[in-house]
Design a protein around this ligand. Sequence first.
Ligand code: B12
Length: 343
Amino acid sequence: MTTTDAGPGTGPGAGLGDGATERYWAAVDTGDAPAARDVALAALDAGATLPQVLDGLVGEAQRRVGRLWERAEWTVAREHGATAVGEFVVRSLRERTRHGAHTRGGRPLLVLCAEREWHALPALMLSARLEHEGHPVHYLGADVSTAVLQGALMETGPRAVLVSASLSSSLVYVRRHVEAARAVRVPVVVGGSAFDPAGARARRLGASAWVGPGDDTGAVVAALPTSVPPAEDLPGPGAREADTLMASHAAVAGDVVARMRADRTANRNALEAIVDQVPHVVGSLAAALLLDDPRIVDESGVWLREVASARGCDGDTVSAVWSSLERQVADFPCARALLARRA
Ligand code: B12
């Protein structure tokens, strides 16, 4: 099957050899995991570094998958299929390159995703890189609850916890991991596409460090203090509203949709095209409240408009999602102000 995406340019493919990105993409596009692995391992054998292969092949393909899903050119099923190929490739690379693992000794790095965060591949890529650099890594994968993290903290006694979040709606859950780790004095590093390039969200959440694109995670980990104080409460009425909103997150999202379905004038087909996105929008509003960061709502607005328009959903229906959400949070002054500002 062919797609209309232009694909990776020369930048991320640097150092991978002629045609590697195209051959890798062809394997992902057809769900051929062994072929994708062979391209990746051949690039390593030809002298590419592990970060070049991870970012230039696996990361670049995943970003392309994201654009194709956003434009409704790929189904969620194909997105899952492509990610399964990426996971197979990263596990193969990890097997090949982890010869350095544990050479640094010491306590392990605990690498995991925020609760409800299913985007596990970024954390797996991070684990492969850290092991290659000699760090002992304990990788827990997707959707790690606070209780599970607390158990892992006791069982493994880590040097640091590294939390990955791809979704802005995961930021509230990242905060819970920051609190759990810092409660036992363990430093927390955060990263992933949910964070802003300046690191403001990470600082506000109380992370000990933040790693952005191009930063050297190993160096950041080496500079961490061995012990950190417990996280202080996040100040402000917005943070309290965020907690209240998250306590009934599923009900709020369900009510936003139910209210729209009950409106006889609503465009049913348009609404059904985007109902799956409402929980993410509600979670993003909670994150904006917790972090006191209106840009999170602005970004969600742009994102929802693009996702909706690619699925034939009109602008009035998108606006109706926001007004239904506004009515749902009528008793939350900070949330109301954030949403009014958006309008
Ligand atoms: C695959 C995928 C999925 C798969 C995930 C399957 C799986 N097993 O992983 C499925 C289909 C389940 C999915 C679902 C959803 N997804 Co999705 N998904 C993606 C996609 C295409 C790729 C993710 C990936 O593998 N990235 C790999 C690389 C590219 O990740 P990376 O962030 O660059 O990570 C690197 C660094 O950031 C760093 N790093 C990452 N974490 C950390 C942590 C630390 C501590 C450090 C130091 C470094 C570090 O290291 C990584 C390696 O170099 C992205 C698009 C994208 N651009 O990422 C969307 C994307 C993340 N998804 C998105 C959305 C909205 C969703 C859904 C809400 C959609 C829906 N309504 O169903 C759900 C939410 C599910 C959930 N609760 O988690 C949006 C997020 C928008 C936003 N701003 O929040 C994106 C950006 C797509 C889009 N363009 O709209 N998704």
